[in-house]
Design a protein around this ligand. Structure first.
Ligand code: AMP
Length: 502
């Protein structure tokens, strides 16, 4: 099927062509004609399927017709997180560059004044997180009586984050005659109930089974010892030896571990950034931007921080921790193998993760093949009960630097966590923000595997760095106390605060 067969206007087709898309993705093919026919749509699709364009393109088409009354918003897109909202705005601007529409992004972390000035001038399209939109409504700054199309995106995520009462309040204010487009990656019974409440006689469009994983993603399970240092050694080896590697997102279950792993990778010479829910908006946007523009090769992230991010063409996903919610696994690996590209998702699993792995395999309906990997690190290797083997990977300066760093790590007896837990009590509150952009210069800008011949760097010649005992307490402490396993522990504070109960 061609884009030109979907009923889109010449202006919209020109934007699609400019974006370089040759054919619509399945969700676009199935949803766009119904949206244009003004039907309510229930779309079951994960991020990475092209679902954003499946509502943005026909919305642009609809906005070409008719006029706004007193420049009141005619369309409203609700997103669960600031990042998702910002990404939808980006896509709107990309596809809508011929349309001269005004878009307002109403998200937390940005001043009300700026957003209000924009609203006062009149906007066609609102893209908002529910809490901030309700705040604006409360201040009398937004009139929603002209909204013709409502998009509720990532409904399952909205449910997880406690936004459903907010959405119900917003829906009560919207015109009854509006068209509603409702997207969710999964369709548990609560989401079905919401869809029944919000949609009127919808067309159901499903692009892949809920909770199924993309077939273009090669999935592997790599056993490791339960010590975090062992897992880090295995991870480094996996990254170094990954085939067709371009970039990777590395998931941790806890935000505190995001910061620890980020620091460790940076210290080992990897070009890594971190993303977690407690970072301020500016740092998050900057990190994401660096990753998108290939200035960062690795992004260490927690689930909430990374959910639904539009990062095209990630070649690898590493699950540093096995997610304790099987559905998170599906979301995580949805970051690779996008829009028909192939990808690799590798999960590092310790013996205590067995039951979580079993739950994931049950959910995705297939076993994940196991790959035995021997970390180069002597200490980790001995935990597998084997001696380390010579690596078959091409050597690199980064690998050489890593050998030096490995030695340094082994020299210093306590692992990060062990040491930091103990010393952290003495140094509490010294400095914050470890999850934000690394203050140390990042030594590499390229994929480390592409580097030239080995030139082992003598330890004394390496760039001076703070003594380990000074640095490590911050790794564990800056993110606050360890959070309990599970989803609630991942919800950033700003989102928790904005939850209302009506
Ligand atoms: P989404 O599922 O909306 O997050 O989109 C995932 C990625 O696919 C985005 O980077 C889009 O730019 C890209 N994309 C969307 N539609 C197409 C298409 N028809 N062909 C190729 N890439 C697309």
């Amino acid at each position: 099927m061609l884009f030109s067969e979907l009923g889109l206007s010449p202006k919209v087709l020109a934007s699609v062509e400019a974006a370089g898309y040759t054919a619509p993705t399945p969700i676009q093919e199935q949803a766009i004609p119904h949206v244009l026919a003004r039907r309510d749509v229930l779309g079951i699709a994960q991020t990475g399927t092209g679902k954003t364009a499946s509502f943005v393109l026909p919305m642009l088409n609809l906005l070409e017709k008719g006029r706004a009354r007193a420049r009141m918003p005619r369309t409203l897109i609700l997103e669960p997180t600031r990042e998702l909202a910002a990404q939808v705005e980006e896509q709107f601007n990309k596809y809508g560059r011929n349309h001269k529409l005004t878009v307002a992004l109403l998200i937390g972390g940005v001043s009300f004044d700026e957003q209000e000035r924009k609203l006062d001038r009149g906007v066609d399209v609102l893209i908002a997180t529910p809490g901030r939109l309700l705040d604006h409504i409360g201040r009398g700054k937004v009139l929603l009586s002209g909204v013709e199309v409502l998009v509720i995106d990532e409904a399952d995520r909205m449910l997880d984050m406690g936004f459903i009462p907010d959405i119900e309040r917003i829906c009560k204010i919207l015109p009854f005659t509006r068209q509603t487009l409702f997207f969710s990656a999964t369709m548990p019974p609560e989401i079905q109930r919401l869809a029944d409440a919000f949609l009127s006689n919808p067309i159901k469009v499903e692009v892949s089974r809920p909770a199924s994983t993309a077939t273009t993603v090669t999935q592997l399970l790599v056993p490791a010892g339960k010590e975090a240092a062992d897992k880090r050694a295995v991870l480094r080896k996996l990254i170094r030896e990954a085939a067709d590697f371009k970039n990777a997102i590395i998931f941790c279950n806890r935000k505190r571990d995001v910061a620890i792993l980020h620091r460790s990778l940076a210290r080992h010479g990897f070009n890594a950034g971190a993303l977690h829910g407690d970072m301020d908006q500016r740092s998050r946007t900057q990190t994401l931007d660096d990753f998108r523009k290939d200035r960062l090769t690795l992004l260490v992230a927690s689930d909430v921080a990374a959910r639904g991010l539009d990062i095209p063409a990630v070649s690898h996903i590493f699950n540093f921790d096995v997610p304790s919610h099987a559905e998170d696994y599906v979301h995580r690996i949805g970051r690779t193998g996008r829009a028909g590209l192939t990808g690799t998702a590798i999960t590092i699993a310790t013996p205590i993760d067995r039951k979580y792995v079993a739950a994931i395999e049950k959910l995705i309906g297939q076993p994940i093949p196991t790959l035995e990997v021997q970390a180069d690190d002597e200490r980790a290797a001995s935990r597998y009960g084997k001696r380390s083997q010579p690596s078959s990977a091409p050597e690199s300066t980064a690998a050489a630097a890593e050998v030096v760093a490995n030695a340094a790590e082994t020299d210093n007896a306590p692992s990060h966590e062990e040491g930091s837990e103990r010393r952290g009590r003495r140094r509490r509150g010294r400095r914050g923000g470890s999850g934000e952009r690394s203050e140390a210069p990042i030594p590499q800008t390229q994929s480390h595997r592409d580097d030239g011949p080995v030139t082992p760097v003598p330890r004394g010649d390496r760039a001076p760095r703070p003594e380990r005992r000074e640095r490590e307490p911050e790794l564990a402490e800056a993110d606050g106390p360890a959070l309990p396993f599970g989803r609630d522990g991942h919800v950033p504070q700003f989102l928790l605060r904005s939850v209302r109960t009506s």
